[in-house]
Design a protein around this ligand. Structure first.
Ligand code: UGA
Length: 445
């Protein structure tokens, strides 16, 4: 099938590439000429395992092209995806200006009937707005061309996006007509093998499904962070509690890891946006607000543990702290809403020098913070330890999982580890003579 995709960010680029991989003819559109030129030469602007070779192979095979020419892309597509960003507005609701601008562009250039697909995470009711915008633009040029607007949210995880896209656990299609569902069924047929993955429903339910999924996952994390904080107070170990509850299939093992708070481009933004939608419709989102405020507090928790160890902020002044991890989670260079950003700010405010290392996010850190006297970007985890007083781990990259604690004890002047992802066994760390602080590990504090 012939597909056009607006937006070559995470969602658009991964979706377009995977659709090309299964044989569709895909044209991706972006307004950023430099990005389009780069992609045409096989330069992928994000770090996502497996994506670059797939972009190159499909581009070479002629199934995947990149352009800034919206008219050409719309002429090409029988299915036209909207996969542009929906950044949060000042009040936390999703800003639809880019989505609606694309809708206007579609209305301006549409020559034959098409199915328009909302792939961006958009508040309930957006498909209706997109429909109105396209219809108005068509009417303004006196055109009468049939089109449909479908909601087809994505469920990709950064770091596993290609895998998630090629092997989806479900494909949600929200449409007003059986014909539109049929078009998307044909499009997704190569991904819908062995068992039925397509869940079709009305447009608004599909739009809400996306937010419900992310809000549920964020709720699990904030819940466990709350339990972790209680565990610290009552002298229990949340890791034991986690093991004690996860085997109940109604609770499950996934997303019950306490830590330094959730970040990324989705959870913080989506929880807030859903809360604003609820308010706009007259519902007070008590639970969602709590999920967010627990997370906000949790992002400051590592620093609180440091204050507990050092006594007060004044005692931290002039210290040199090694920081392992900067990205909001492993296998990505993404630092949007990363907990490391809060911690860095708190450390700098306290007059601390930071020696940081992340396997992928060094360039991104440089881009965000620029040159600073109180930030040294180190070439390896080991280099970050050099001359440091204590170690903080904030992203659970595999390579941070089993350090030599005896070596750390010898090199860290204050002999302390602050483990923001509970990677280590307190006993192992303490046996080497280091002080150990984890999340919710009351027994060891
Ligand atoms: C999330 C969802 O997992 C995807 O299903 C969804 O499609 C995506 O948002 C989206 O809406 O686009 P992502 O933001 O890539 O994906 O990252 P996650 O792997 O979900 O991690 C989010 C954050 O939660 C990370 O900061 C991670 O460290 C934290 N987390 C996760 C925990 O603190 N504890 C856990 O048990 C799990």
């Amino acid at each position: 099938m012939r597909v056009a995709i607006f937006g070559t960010g995470y969602v658009g680029l991964v979706t377009g590439t995977c659709l090309a991989e299964v044989g569709h003819e895909v044209v991706c559109v972006d307004i950023d000429q430099a990005k389009v030129d780069g992609l045409e030469r096989g330069i992928v602007p994000i770090y996502e395992p497996g994506l670059e070779p797939m972009v190159k192979a499909n581009h070479a095979a002629g199934r995947l092209r990149f352009t800034t020419d919206a008219a050409e892309a719309i002429a090409h597509g029988e299915v036209v995806f909207i996969a542009v960003g929906t950044p949060p507005d000042e009040d936390g609701s999703a800003d639809l200006q880019y989505v609606l601008a694309v809708a206007g562009t579609i209305g301006t250039h549409l020559q034959k009937s098409a199915v328009v697909v909302d792939k961006s995470t958009v508040p309930v009711g957006t498909a209706d707005k997109v429909k109105v915008k396209i219809a108005e633009t068509l009417a303004a040029r006196g055109a009468d061309i049939p089109f449909e607007v479908v909601s087809n949210p994505e469920f990709l995880k950064e770091g596993a996006a290609v895998e998630d896209c090629m092997r989806p656990d479900r494909i949600v299609i929200g449409a007003d007509s059986a014909q539109a569902v049929e078009t998307l069924r044909r499009l997704y047929a190569p991904f819908n093998r062995n068992h039925e993955r397509i869940v079709s429903m009305d447009v608004r339910s599909a739009e809400l499904t996306k937010y419900a999924a992310n809000a549920m996952l964020a709720t699990k994390i904030s819940f466990m962070n709350e339990i972790a904080n209680i565990a610290e107070k009552v002298g229990a170990d949340v890791e034991m509690v986690r093991k004690g509850i996860g085997s109940d299939p109604r609770i499950g093992w996934h997303f019950i890891y306490p830590g330094a708070g959730y970040g990324g481009s989705c959870f913080p933004k989506d929880v807030q946006a859903l809360a604003r939608t609820a308010q706009q419709h007259g519902h007070e989102p008590t639970l969602l607000d709590a999920v967010e405020s627990v997370n906000e507090r949790q992002k400051g928790h590592l620093f609180e543990l440091m204050l507990r160890h050092y006594g007060d902020a004044a005692a931290l002044r002039g210290k040199s702290i090694a920081l392992w991890g900067l990205a909001f989670k492993p296998n990505t260079d993404d630092m949007r809403e990363a907990s490391s950003r809060r911690l860095l700010q708190q450390l700098w405010d306290a007059g601390v020098h930071v020696r940081a290392y992340d396997p992928e996010a060094m360039d991104e850190t440089r881009r965000i913070f620029g040159e600073r006297a109180d930030l040294v970007l180190c070439e390896s985890a080991d280099a970050a330890i050099e001359g440091a007083d204590a170690l903080v781990v904030i992203t659970e990259w595999k390579q941070f999982r089993s350090p030599d604690f005896d070596d750390l004890e010898a090199r860290l002047a204050d002999a302390a580890i602050f483990d923001g992802r509970n990677l280590y066994k307190p006993g192992d760390v303490e046996a080497a003579g280091l002080a150990y602080y984890g999340i919710g590990r009351g027994r060891s504090i």
